[in-house]
Design a protein around this ligand. Structure first.
Ligand SMILES: *Cc1c(COP(=O)(O)O)cnc(C)c1O
Length: 360
């Protein structure tokens, strides 16, 4: 058996050790004679596993008891609607920062539920910059401010956490959660689809300050109401049990690696190597302003895009998978999440250097 290096943006690479443990436990979970997938979510075995996963996440991110942690379904895209449905009261408005394709989708969806003020946008630079905070035109008494700290498609990552005073700060952390330490106390709500840096698709994490619960209108469906999920420990209905279990294994793996601080050091090194190589070459380039380059998603283009197809085909032959850029931007993108080892980045750089030598 051989595992290739997988640079997929999502669903993304999982740690091999996690998949091996899942494989071992597949048929008979800890001597119970059945798999996790075949067990009731009310079974004490699952309830304990679920609680442990939540506690491990709380430890990793330093999440206090002031916050509820929800294990939901529907992906980050459902959160684009749930956030305004739960936080945007009658007659209120919300501020959004537009820094890329995911921000745009969040803004469009929120527009169905109330008044949305786009306080800043970097669309004029093709989303290669983060608008400086002193240029943001925030509204008075916004219900919250929403931003996307890491734009997965453009490879743009904020180098700062916005200062918004008492306004609840809402962040779509789908592609940056657990990649580096963050002060959760600065946020009102954090959400993330699991399939980038947490586990398999089908699970969505929401970390929400408890004072923000209970604000949804009566007309909001139970399944889309944070309060109901919080009151029921995310078991109002059947949760995505297997995805929850796998996320729990990833959290334990992260703890064994030394936690999010250790991952941050490795992630920074991986990213700096790759950007350093790209910047030193006339053959490859990345358009994002240096201070806002993502540690997780590294888009790059070839000077001659007629070579794109050959690049991707030869990379695949060399065991470097899923390097094609998003269809909206073209070129290449290497997603180098926590589970992508430094050796994968080294192998990619060696391949890129060799490809340049043969074609440059
Ligand atoms: C992948 C992604 C999404 C969409 O996630 P789904 O789980 O597919 O809905 C939203 N925001 C960001 C930043 C993403 O990376």
């Amino acid at each position: 058996m051989s595992r290739a290096y997988n640079f997929c943006a999502g669903p993304a690479a999982l740690p091999t050790a996690v998949l091996e443990q899942a494989q071992q436990e597949m048929l008979d979970y800890q001597g119970k004679g059945l798999s996790i997938m075949e067990m009731s979510h009310r079974d004490q075995v699952f309830v304990e596993l679920a609680a442990r996963a939540e506690q491990d996440l709380r430890d990793l991110m330093g999440i206090s008891d002031d916050y509820a942690v929800l294990f939901l379904q529907g992906g980050a895209s459902t959160q684009f609607a749930m956030v305004p449905m739960n936080l945007l009261g009658e007659g209120q408005s919300a501020d959004y920062i537009n820094t890329g394709q995911w921000s745009k989708k969040a803004i469009k969806e929120a527009g169905r539920y109330g008044r949305i003020n786009v306080a800043a946008s970097s669309e004029d630079t093709h989303f290669t910059t983060v608008p400086p905070q002193d240029t943001w035109q925030r509204s008075d008494n916004a219900a919250y401010l929403h931003y996307c700290p890491n734009e997965t498609i453009g490879g743009l990552e904020y180098s700062f956490i916005p200062e918004v005073g008492d306004t609840p700060l809402v962040a779509d952390m789908s592609s940056t959660i657990l990649s580096r330490p963050v002060d959760v106390n600065r946020f009102g709500l954090i959400y993330a689809g699991a399939q980038k840096n947490i586990g398999p698709a089908g699970l969505t994490l929401v970390i929400v300050r408890k004072d923000l619960l209970g604000r949804a209108a009566d007309s909001v469906p139970a399944m889309l109401n944070y309060q109901i999920h919080a009151d029921n420990d995310s078991m109002y209905n059947t949760p995505p049990t297997y995805a929850w279990y796998l996320a729990g294994l990833v959290f334990q793996w992260l703890k064994k690696q030394g936690g999010v601080g250790s991952m941050a050091q490795i992630n920074q090194r991986k990213a700096e190597k790759l950007y350093g190589f790209i910047d030193n070459s006339d053959f490859y380039s990345n358009p994002v302003e240096k201070i806002s380059r993502s540690w997780m998603n590294v888009p790059f283009v070839l000077a001659d895009d007629s070579l794109d197809k050959a690049f991707l085909a030869q990379a695949e032959q060399a065991g470097l998978l899923n390097l094609k850029g998003h269809r909206s931007v073209g070129g290449m993108r290497a997603s180098i999440y926590n589970a992508v080892p430094e050796a994968a980045v080294d192998a990619l750089i060696a391949f890129m250097a060799d490809f340049e030598k043969r074609n440059g």
